[in-house]
Design a protein around this ligand. Structure first.
Ligand SMILES: Nc1nc2c(ncn2[C@@H]2O[C@H](COP(=O)(O)OP(=O)(O)OP(=O)(O)O)[C@@H](O)[C@H]2O)c(=O)[nH]1
Ligand SMILES: [Mg+2]
Length: 293
C-alpha cells in the first residue's frame, strides 16, 4: 500500500467520527446547525475548542467556507523548519517521551529508514531501567541492520549516551540515536536524569544533540499538551513524533500541539511494523483526517 494509503487507513477512526458531522466539503452555505456539528466533530477529534472556534470564525467569512477551514488546518501544522544537521561527526538524535508512547518502536523504524538510505546507524540503549527494554531494542536494531551500544541493567543512562556518541565519532557512523526510558513529566528525579543525558551528549559532541524528538501517543488527548511543555523545558525538544494514529479517533491533537508549541511534527507512526512510519505531510494529514464527502 502507498504511504498515503497507509495514512488514510490509519486515520480511518478519526475520519469516521468526523464524517457524520460534516456536510459536503463543496457546500458554500452552511446553516448554524451544520457549523455546530462541524465544531463538535473537530473538538471530539481533539483539535481543541479555542482553535476550532478560531478556524470556524475565519471560515464563515469565506466564500468557500469548508475549503477555508481545510486550509487553516493545513496552515496550523505546516511549520517549515528544516532539520538540523551535524557540522562534523554523526547526526545525533535524542528520543524522549512518557512511558509506552512508542519510542523504542519508532527508533527501530527510523534506524530501518536511515539504513535503507545507506547510512551507518548506531543506537544507544540509554533505557537501562529494565533489562527487557534493552532486549526489545536489540531486536529492532537487528531487524534494521543497525548497531547498538549497551551497558548493564541499572547503568547510568548518561554514561551509555556518552559511550554511544564517542563510538559513533570513532567509527564514523552517520546517525546516532539515543533511546531513553519512558518517564512521566511530573517525576522530577527522572526528568533530572533526562536533563543529565542531554548535558552529557553535548559534552561528547558540542553541537549535539542535533535534534530532540518527543514521541507522543496520538491517543493521549489533552495531557499531551502538558507532556510536550514539560519535556521541552528539560531537553529542548526540536520536533514531535506522533504514534498510534492507526488506533485513535483523536488525531486532532497534532493540530493543538503544532499551534501551541510551533514544533514541527517530523514523523507519524501508523502501526507496529517497520514500514509504519512516515514523514509528516500537513496536507496529506488533513486530507486523511477530514471526510471526503
Ligand atoms: N498500533 C500502533 N502501535 C504502536 C505504534 N508505535 C508503537 N506501538 C506499540 O506501542 C507499544 C509500546 O511501544 P514501545 O516502543 O515499547 O514504547 P516506548 O515508548 O519505548 O515504551 P517505554 O520504553 O516503556 O517507555 C508496543 O506494543 C508497540 O508495538 C504505532 O504507531 N501504532
Ligand atoms: Mg522503550
Amino acid at each position: 500500500m502507498s504511504i498515503l494509503g497507509r495514512l488514510g487507513q490509519g486515520m480511518r477512526k478519526s475520519r469516521e467520527s468526523l464524517s457524520a458531522m460534516f456536510p459536503s466539503m463543496k457546500a458554500d452555505k452552511l446553516s448554524d446547525a451544520q457549523w455546530a456539528d462541524i465544531e463538535d466533530g473537530l473538538i471530539m477529534a481533539d483539535c481543541g475548542a479555542s482553535l476550532v472556534m478560531e478556524w470556524v470564525e475565519q471560515a464563515k467569512k469565506s466564500k468557500q467556507p469548508l475549503h477555508s477551514l481545510r486550509e487553516q488546518m493545513v496552515k496550523t501544522m505546516k511549520l517549515e523548519q528544516p532539520q538540523m544537521e551535524a557540522s562534523s561527526g554523526p547526526f545525533v538524535l535524542l528520543v524522549a517521551g512518557v512511558n509506552g508512547t512508542g519510542k523504542t518502536t519508532t527508533i527501530g523504524k527510523l534506524a530501518n529508514m536511515y539504513a535503507a538510505q545507506g547510512k551507518k546507524v548506531l543506537i544507544g540503549a540509554a533505557d537501562t531501567f529494565r533489562a527487557a527494554a534493552v532486549e526489545q531494542l536489540a531486536v529492532w536494531v537487528q531487524r534494521a541492520g543497525a548497531d547498538m551500544v549497551r551497558q548493564g541493567e541499572g547503568a547510568d543512562p548518561a554514561s551509555v549516551a556518552f559511550d554511544t556518541i564517542s563510538r559513533g565519532i570513532a567509527k564514523a557512523y552517520d546517525v546516532v540515536i539515543i533511546d531513553t526510558a519512558g518517564r512521566v513529566q511530573t517525576d522530577t528525579g527522572l526528568m533530572n536524569e533526562l536533563a543529565k543525558v542531554h548535558r552529557v551528549i553535548r559534552k561528547a559532541l558540542p553541537d549535539a544533540p542535533h535534534e530532540v524528538w518527543h514521541v507522543v501517543d496520538g491517543g493521549t488527548g489533552q495531557n499531551a499538551l502538558m507532556q510536550v511543555e514539560k519535556f521541552r523545558e528539560v531537553v529542548h525538544t526540536t520536533g514531535l513524533i506522533v504514534t498510534k494514529l492507526d488506533g485513535t479517533g483523536k488525531g486532532g491533537i497534532l493540530l493543538q500541539l503544532c499551534a501551541k508549541f510551533q514544533l514541527p511534527v517530523r514523523y507519524v507512526g501508523v502501526g507496529e511494523s517497520l514500514e509504519d512510519l512516515m514523514p509528516f505531510d500537513a496536507e496529506a494529514y488533513v486530507e486523511s483526517l477530514l471526510p471526503e464527502v
